[in-house]
Design a binder for this molecule. Structure first.
Ligand code: FES
Length: 145
């Protein structure tokens, strides 16, 4: 769905703000008011484009106490989770490119499971074990199908 002309103009004025974050809220003093996302949730998970799961990328609310996997699945991003968030399958493997400090620390079990993957690196996390703790936005890359 393409943005309305008003939202598109606003996006041109503020190109670093994703279109999904911009909405027209109404009028004040005869002028239209725009909000830049963050109305329902203080922070967001920005999902980088994935050819199958979200070709244009996605921005979903980050909920304190919920894992990245829970937040993505609840928002319609069909991240694989074969073991149903039990830290044993690695299908929810993601790369947290920004905001890793806002997540629960990587536990021993998660580190052990990730060590068995080929692409384990400092950004690697199991989305089902990465619980948002608040404090800022996250940028996540999904490389699995
Ligand atoms: S869903 Fe299986 S390890 Fe996360």
């Amino acid at each position: 769905m393409s943005p309305s002309p008003e939202v598109a103009r606003r996006h041109e004025a503020f190109p670093s703000v994703p279109v999904a974050w911009i909405s027209v809220a109404g009028r004040a003093n005869g002028k239209k008011m725009f909000f830049f996302g963050k109305k329902k949730s203080a922070h967001h998970i920005v999902v980088l484009p994935h050819p199958e799961l979200c070709p244009s990328g996605e921005v979903v609310p980050a909920v304190v106490g919920k894992s990245i996997a829970e937040a993505l699945v609840a928002s319609g991003v069909e991240l694989s989770h074969s073991c149903q968030f039990q830290c044993s399958c690695t299908t929810c493997h993601v790369f947290v490119m920004e905001g890793g400090a806002h997540l629960s620390p990587k536990g021993a079990e998660e580190a052990k499971v990730l060590a068995g993957t080929e692409s384990d690196d400092r950004w690697s996390r199991l989305a089902c074990q990465s619980v948002f703790q608040g404090g800022g936005d996250l940028v996540v890359e999904i490389r699995n199908a």
